[in-house]
Design a protein around this ligand. Structure first.
Ligand code: AKB
Length: 319
């Protein structure tokens, strides 16, 4: 990879992936593209920013040609909870952006990274130590898009030789840009809320729902490590389970309370999020990623809590 086009660059992952890529490949070799003007402006403050609708194949192809990109990182997605409000729109956006990326990559010889998710699994998947290769029958349109995306990406590799690679991301905890519309969002929101006067957070996910989570620095390393991995070692491509920690809201909140003793928590459970959380793995088995490209996360829950609280306080001008 020498020159990378990042689609959906202004979102939760893109906001931190773009600088990570700039550090590795140089500012001139990372093109951040997004649909929203304000996000494009932000991208332009620190590098190359382009406005693009990723569902417009010609517009994406023009960017690949203009910058001679040799890799497309497609981060465009409507997440799980939002997707349930408008399944047709979720399908159009999630699959439209991916199909365009794959077809353009095929035409111009680019590699493609697209994140999959724990959302690709469903109720009939084994929930504990969820295997790499297992039953995948998700109950959300987001999950249907993720499974379809994994199959399509493998198809473009075997049929057309497009270098497609992907990871199944857990909920990602970060402090650059807030996530939006996901089921795992509570694990980010709580840090922003709990430092405010009153120190209270109301959670929409049931207290005992285990889900895989990951801190952004590990997620970023996963992307670049996989994309740089020796292809001869890869038995899988789309998509690898990656895991680093798993907890319930109750476990996370108890650990936050140890740091902020007057913090209080309650629950106003959203039935859609509850059903989604219930259908997802408790913890994935990521041994294939460890064997095939040396995946090795560094962050655990306690270190993440300390780092998130410090970062959110800094952002709020409290430190
Ligand atoms: C969501 O909650 O929808 C996402 C995901 C786990 O893919 N954060």
């Amino acid at each position: 990879m020498k020159r990378i086009l990042v689609l959906g660059a202004g979102g939760q992952i893109g906001t931190e992936l773009v600088p990570h890529l700039q550090n590795l490949y140089g500012k001139d070799n990372v093109i951040g593209a997004d649909l929203k003007d304000a996000l494009v402006e932000k991208l332009r403050e620190n590098g190359i920013g382009e406005k693009v609708d990723a569902t417009d194949a010609q517009a994406v192809a023009d960017l690949v040609k203009k910058y001679k990109a040799d890799a497309i990182f497609n981060l465009v997605a409507l997440l799980s909870a939002t997707g349930e409000k408008n399944p047709q729109l979720a399908w159009n956006i999630n699959m439209g952006a991916l199909l365009n990326s794959l077809n353009i990559a095929k035409e111009f010889g680019c590699a493609v990274f697209t994140p999959s998710s724990i959302g690709a699994f469903g109720n009939s998947t084994p929930h504990d130590m969820t295997p790499q290769d297992t039953i995948m029958r998700p109950s959300t349109i987001y999950g249907v898009c993720k499974v379809t995306g994994e199959l399509l990406s493998d198809y473009y590799f075997t049929r057309f030789g497009v270098d497609t690679r992907s990871v199944r991301f857990p909920g990602i905890i970060s402090n650059g840009q807030l996530p939006g519309g996901g089921t795992t969002d509570y694990a980010v929101e709580v840090f922003y809320e709990i430092i405010k006067p009153g120190h209270h957070y109301t959670c929409e996910v049931p207290h005992d729902s285990y889900m895989d989570m990951m801190y952004m620095p590990d997620a970023l390393n996963a992307v670049t490590q996989l994309m740089e991995a020796d292809p001869s070692r890869l038995k899988h491509r789309n998509s690898f389970n990656i895991a680093s920690m798993s907890f319930t809201p109750e476990i996370l909140f108890d650990a936050i309370k140890k740091r902020i003793p007057d913090a209080t928590f309650d629950y106003n459970v959203d039935p859609v999020k509850a059903a989604i959380a219930d259908s997802w793995p408790n913890m994935m088995d990521d041994s294939c990623a460890r064997e095939e490209w040396d995946w090795c996360p560094k962050w655990g829950m306690d270190a993440v809590i300390d780092d998130m609280l410090a970062a959110c306080r800094r952002k709020a001008g409290m430190e």
